[in-house]
Each structure stands twice: as structure tokens, then as C-alpha cells.
Design a protein around this ligand. Sequence first.
Ligand SMILES: NC(=O)c1ccc[n+]([C@@H]2O[C@H](COP(=O)([O-])OP(=O)(O)OC[C@H]3O[C@@H](n4cnc5c(N)ncnc54)[C@H](OP(=O)(O)O)[C@@H]3O)[C@@H](O)[C@H]2O)c1
Length: 212
Amino acid sequence: MTTANIAVIGAGNMGGGLATALAAAGVEVALGVREAGGKAAALAEGRVRVLDVAAAVAAAEVVVLALPYGASVEVLQALPAAALQGKVLVDISNPVTADFQGLQLGTTTSAAEAIQAAAPGAQVVKAFNTIFAQLLAAGARQGKAPLQVFVAGDAADAKGRVHELARVLGFEPVDAGPLRNSRYLEPLGGMNIQFGFFLGWGPAAAPAWVRV
Ligand SMILES: NC(=O)c1ccc[n+]([C@@H]2O[C@H](COP(=O)([O-])OP(=O)(O)OC[C@H]3O[C@@H](n4cnc5c(N)ncnc54)[C@H](OP(=O)(O)O)[C@@H]3O)[C@@H](O)[C@H]2O)c1
């Protein structure tokens, strides 16, 4: 797999962190934003090119949606179906309520499945939703065992590319089964938010699955 054609959509905490960490790992990144300038402009250096959303999607085979879940659906629905055909879309979202205390949907569906429905020609892969933005920089994890990134999706090739993406960033990818298992991964992300922000652990929290 080549990591040379990756786009990250959204220049917020996760998008900016992923683009910066990928660039630090030697990967060229197209950063797709709705408004150039501001924070996005500050991220545009070296290996990070800032483009509009459509151009960033067009430039990449693997597109990380670093947006709130609802915005991902809106952004995908606004693009022509042909622009998304065959793309690997990485959904990192936790579809939390505004107070971060609940999920907007779940148990019988997931944000990842809603995103897949908005882009039927693409292959959606769930990943990174249990990693806080503060832990994306390799330096924040220095000297620690690699954190696990749970990867759920229906297409083996697409999942393989996301495993590689996680490895390039210094994480341990863990196969979490089909996309519908996002119904479990998203509550896990919610629990991580509970540990991080409501139970006093701070953003150094991350879940790990252990083989005994
Ligand atoms: N923060 C974390 O630690 C963390 C951890 C795991 C997963 N996540 C998930 O990662 C995703 C991003 O979270 P975040 O913390 O990075 O959020 P954030 O800092 O608020 O950034 C969100 C980004 O989405 C962009 N955006 C919103 N609506 C858009 C639209 N319609 N079109 C284009 N861009 C749009 C915003 O652009 P503007 O700057 O133009 O408003 C902003 O750059 C969420 O789904 C979250 O659940 C976050």
C-alpha cells in the first residue's frame, strides 16, 4: 500500500492532528477544508497541501473524514457520486450529543453505517474514534506501548489500507470485524470520553483489548 495519496477533510483537532502527524511520518497529505485561511493556512507547510473539500477528495484514494458525524454525511451528500466511487472513507467520528454524555444514534445502526449509506460507491472503514486528538502526535506516546486502533469495515483491501495508515502513525491496528461493529466501537468511544473528560483521566486515556 502507498500512503502517498491521503486526504484529511477537516482541520480541527483531529484533522489538524492527523495531517501534522502524517506529514511528520513522511506522508504527503491533502487537507480538505471549507474555508482556506486561518488554522488551515497555518497547517499548510511541507507535506500538507490545503485544498477545498472536493479537490482534496479527488486527489486521494484514502479520505479521512475528520468532521462531526452529521457534517460528514452532509459533505458526502453534496459531492457527486462519481467523486466518491471506489474511495476508502475513514470514519473517525463519535456521534455524541452536544453535552458529550450520549450518542445521537446506535445499537441498531451507527454513524459509520449512515456515512456508508451517504456514499454507497465508497468503502467506509471505522477507525481512530477511540484515540484522543492529543495522542495523535508520536511524541505524545513516546516510550509507551503502541495504542490500539480498532478498525471495522467490510472490504478487506480498504481495511488493509487503514491498518497501514495506523501503523505509519505508530499505532497498533486491531481488526474489529465488519462495519456494523461500529455499533460497538462508537459506544466505546463514548466511554473513552467519559474516562477522559468526566472521570478525571484527561486526554491520555485510550482503551486496549487484551488477549489473556
Ligand atoms: N477530538 C478528539 O479527541 C476526537 C477523538 C476521536 C474522534 N473524534 C471525532 O473526530 C471528529 C472531529 O472532531 P474534532 O475534535 O477534530 O472536531 P473540531 O475540532 O470541532 O473540528 C471539526 C472540523 O470539521 C469542520 N467542519 C464542520 N462542518 C463542516 C462541513 N459541513 N464541511 C466542511 N468542514 C466542516 C470544521 O471546519 P471549520 O473550522 O470550518 O468550522 C472543523 O475543522 C468528530 O467526529 C469527533 O467525534 C474526535
